[in-house]
Structures are given as C-alpha cells and as structure tokens.
Design a protein around this ligand. Structure first.
Ligand code: FAD
Length: 468
C-alpha cells in the first residue's frame, strides 16, 4: 500500500536535486509542507517570501498544492502528520545550533519516522577529517581533501510524483521593497543565472572576481542560501562543461584554472558548514580563545551608524555599505574591506558587524556570515591575521582602479577626478568646488585617520599578546 509522506521544505525551495523529495516520490504520495516561522523583518526574510511565492507557483504549475503553516515546527509537524494521516516526514538536515536540537525534538514527539538527507551541501558536514581524525582548520587542506572525494551526483527531478492537490494556502504578506529591482527569486531564475554564468563568465572569474566594478561573480549567493539551487548541481555541471570544452580548446588551461577558482569559493561555503558543525560556538565566540580578552571599544553609536550608512569618509567602504543598504548585497572583496574597517579602524566588535550583515544581506547564511566575520576579525581559523590591516585607500586603488564601483554608489563624488576619488580629503579646494563637493556637507571627512587607527589596532593586539 502506498504511503503518505510529508516533504518538509525549508531552505531548499527547489525540485531539482532535492533528495528528500526524490525519495518521497518513490515511496508514496507527497504532501509538500512549508512552515513560516520568522518574526524578524530582515532582507533575507523578504527574499525567502519571494522564494516561497515562486515555489508555490512552481508547484501549482505541476498540479500540486504547497501546504503553508505558521508557527513553531515542533507544534506544527505533529498536527500536519495527524491531519494528513501521514506515514513519515522527509526533510533535509540543517546545521546551525538550534536546528539540530529542534529536529531531534520533533523526532522524539512524533509517532512516525523522520528521514533526513544532506541536501544543501556537497558532502556531509563533519565527515572530512585529517589523518589524525581531527577537523581541518586550514582551508587549503580541507579543499584538497574534498576535491579528491567523489561528490555524489545530483538527483534528477522525480519522474512522476503523486502530489497532494488541495486548498491553496495564503503566503504571509511581503511588504513592497526596492529590493525587487535587484532580485528575482525562484528555481528557474537560479538555474538560468547559473547556466548563463557557466556559459559566458566562468572563464573570466579568476581574473576579475576581485573587482567590484566588474560584473564577474555568479551572484548566486541568494539562490544558494535559500536553496533554490544545489551546490552539487553546480559542481557537476561545472566539471561536465570542462570536459565538453576540453577538446581542442586552446584556452583550456585558463578555463580549468578559472573554474577551479570558482569551485574553490563554493567550497569555502562547505568549509563554513564544516566549522559550524564542529565548532557551533563560532556564531558568537572567537574560534581562537585568546581573542576573548581583546579590548574592543565600547561601540560609539555615531561611528557605528556612520559605518552602516556609508558615511565614513572612505569611498570604498562607503560604496560597499551603500550597495548593501540599497540592494541587500555586497561584493565579496568589499565585504572584507568594510568588515575590516569596522573591526580594526573603529575597533568595534565583529559581532556588531555580523548582526548588521545578517539583517541586511538577502543572501544571509549563518555559516558563511559567521566565518566571514571571524576571517575579517582575524579571530577564526585560517583567517586574515589581526595585524594585517587593510588600507581602505590602497584597496580602492587596487580593486576599483577606474573608480567605476565607487562612482556608481557615491553619486556625490561622481565628478571628482580619479586621482582624488580614493581620498577626497586631499583634493585641493578648487577641484572640490569644480566637482560640486563641500567636504563635511556633501560627503564626510574621514571619521578616523588611517595611520592613527592602524597604530591603535596594533597596540590593542600587542596588549592581547602580552596578556595571553
Ligand atoms: P561567487 O564569487 O560567484 O561564489 C559562488 C558561491 O560560492 C557564492 O554564492 C557563495 O555561496 C560561495 N562563496 C563565495 N565566496 C565565499 C566565501 N568567502 N565564503 C563562503 N562562501 C563563499 N556569503 C553568503 O552566502 N552569505 C553571507 O551571509 C555571507 N556573509 C559574509 C560576510 C563577510 C564579512 C564576508 C567577508 C563574506 C561573506 N559571505 C557570505 C561570502 C561572500 O562574500 C559571498 O558568498 C559572495 O560575495 C556572494 O557573491 P556571489 O554569489 O557572486 O559569489
């Protein structure tokens, strides 16, 4: 007799390479369920409502009805099991602290089995270990180990699904947002974006990925963090594309290197999940315990606010923070520069930066964001050491060499000649006047002087070493 199976969709709103759905379709009738339980109004929450709307429509086109409930999963799951007289619940694992405990609690309270799969990662977090059976702390070793493993092939869209088709559920109202201009959620969008990137851009990724003024990265992070595309699919399609083009292609070497660089970034995501699994304290404690004693400044609300609003007086930092405010996204290089500025120039705790990014990023991912901030602060494993302090002017000269990115996000500086765009405070009065800028009025003077900030940060680090 056919079973009735609830497939609990969470951060995996897709049907291609969805192991839980694939197995449920083989085992019986499928009740697709989504539980809405967010109370925070973040940009990531906004995105997930768009993703949910797109997914509901995608299922509707297949003659299926997504059951949407609101509240605590621990309470909702048993209710839904009872309503549909379900025989089992299938879902993917989640890895953040709290998620595992929640899933265990659900399993304990249910009289039917819960089957879980590793759906949103390349390999099961916690399984890649070094020769001493310890977790890797250095990315390169983790990467080499993962690269030598056979990555499981993605599951196809199930051939035939006996879907539940009933009364449609209402989706929570998502307020109108300017983010609409920048992001279109949905599995189809994700696949199109990925395949276009693979076809047209991946070969240039290595060369240009660090330049925020060039459209050179995949912009897949929102789709990945909401599970609209799976990393396994990306991995295998990238490898297959290399094989197909390997015949007689004189650019083969560049393509291989560039694809490898891209896959390496994807594996940083994997490394983040690996860290979150082994070291769940990473979300709010420094991975290097000595940093517990670091003397952060009491956050000055005015300085923190200037950083959040992109009013620090350092154009690359401000451009990044304004990109984040406007689009809910920031280029990776600029995430590093703005993060470093907060932590080292202002000596504000990385947890304040992590909290702001988690509220603003449409691609917010607990594992990636946490690892990113510990990397920036120099408190994590294999991080940028604390004493390496990014100079925001030099970073801008190197990575925005024609000023495209800064001009785009800082309209008030658009007419400033390039030689002063990196440090407007050094521009002669006449040049500023001609560009229509009064410093301190149209654009701020630096909120902290670079050399002073650098020495202060190094001094704080020295104190830490003395105490350790
Ligand atoms: P691409 O360069 O095209 O890379 C492809 C995919 O690989 C990305 O979509 C992402 O899933 C993964 N990836 C790339 N770089 C990294 C990285 N350094 N660490 C982990 N995964 C990576 N990424 C998030 O997805 N969510 C976050 O909340 C997040 N917070 C960050 C905070 C800080 C302080 C820093 C320094 C980085 C953070 N990142 C985060 C990583 C990175 O900045 C973004 O993944 C990347 O900018 C997304 O753009 P993309 O999709 O075009 O990336």
């Amino acid at each position: 007799m056919s079973k009735t199976i609830i497939v609990w969709f969470r951060d995996d709103l897709r049907i291609l390479d969805h192991p839980a759905l694939y197995h449920a379709a083989l085992d019986g009738k499928v009740i697709p369920l989504y539980i809405h339980n967010e109370t925070e109004h973040t940009n990531s929450e906004w995105y997930s409502l768009q993703a949910l709307t797109a997914f509901q429509q995608q299922l509707r086109d297949k003659g299926a009805t997504l059951v949407i409930k609101h509240g605590e999963p621990v309470r909702i799951i048993p209710e839904v099991v009872q309503t549909f007289e379900a025989d089992a619940v299938y879902c993917h694992y989640q890895y953040g602290p709290g998620s595992r405990e929640q899933d265990e609690q659900i399993k304990e309270n249910l009289f039917v089995p819960v089957r879980q799969f590793h759906g949103n990662v390349l390999t099961e977090p916690g399984t890649i270990l070094n020769k001493q059976k310890q977790p890797y702390k250095v990315f390169t070793s983790f990467w080499k180990s993962l690269r030598s493993l056979p990555i499981a092939k993605p599951f196809p869209v199930p051939h035939k699904v006996d879907w539940y088709n009933g009364k449609a559920s209402a989706i929570p109202h998502a307020p109108k947002s300017p983010l609409n201009t920048y992001w279109q959620a949905g599995e189809r969008q994700a696949l199109n974006k990925w395949r276009q990137f693979l076809h047209d851009q991946i070969n240039h990724y290595q060369e240009y990925r660090d330049f925020p003024g060039i459209d050179a990265t995949s912009l897949l992070s929102g789709h990945l963090s909401h599970g609209e595309i799976s990393p396994k699919l990306i991995w295998h399609e990238a490898k297959e594309a290399l094989e197909i083009t390997s015949m007689e292609n004189r650019f083969q070497h560049t393509m291989e290197e560039s694809t490898e660089t891209f896959l390496k970034q994807l594996v940083w995501r994997e490394f983040a999940y690996h860290q979150l699994t082994f070291f769940p304290q990473i979300i709010d404690k420094p991975l290097q315990p000595k940093f517990q004693a670091f003397q952060w400044q009491e956050p000055d609300p005015l300085l923190l606010d200037s950083w959040k609003k992109g009013l620090t007086g350092y154009p690359l930092v401000d451009a990044g923070m304004r990109e984040l405010l406007e689009t809910g996204y920031m280029h990776n290089r600029v995430r590093m520069v703005t993060g470093s500025f907060l932590v080292k120039h202002l000596l504000i705790h990385w947890l304040d930066g992590q909290a702001w990014f988690s509220r603003m990023l449409v691609d917010h991912d607990l594992a990636n964001n946490t690892m990113g901030w510990q990397w920036v602060a120099g408190t994590g494993f294999d991080s940028s050491p604390f004493f390496r302090i990014f100079n925001p002017v030099k970073q801008a000269e190197k990575f925005d060499p024609d000023g495209t990115y800064m001009r785009n996000w800082l309209p008030e500086l658009r007419n400033l000649p390039l030689e002063y765009l990196y440090h407007p405070w050094e521009a002669p009065e006449g040049v500023l006047q001609e560009a229509g800028i009064t410093l301190g009025k149209d654009y701020p003077l630096p909120i902290v002087e670079h050399q002073y900030a650098r020495e202060r940060a190094l001094e704080a680090f020295k104190q830490l070493k003395k105490e350790a």
